[in-house]
Design a protein around this ligand. Structure first.
Ligand code: FES
Length: 62
């Protein structure tokens, strides 16, 4: 995973930021949003961020 890849350009949130939020205990997209501020600008990254969060949560469980 390229941790430096920007997911949300409004808030400068990278894949790594989202991965860290999940690692640090965020267990829903809502929590990830709270921790990283992803999607709190224009909102166009939400779909992408949500998908990534889901994937990471699944990986964490496995
Ligand atoms: S790109 Fe994430 S809120 Fe605009």
């Amino acid at each position: 995973m390229n941790r430096k890849k920007i997911i949300c350009s409004c808030r400068n949130v990278t894949k790594g930021d989202i991965a860290d939020a999940v690692k640090d205990g965020a267990d829903s997209f809502k929590e990830v949003k709270k921790q990283t501020k992803v999607g709190k600008g224009c909102g166009k990254c939400k779909k992408k961020a949500k998908k990534l969060t889901k994937k990471l949560l699944k990986e964490r469980v496995e």
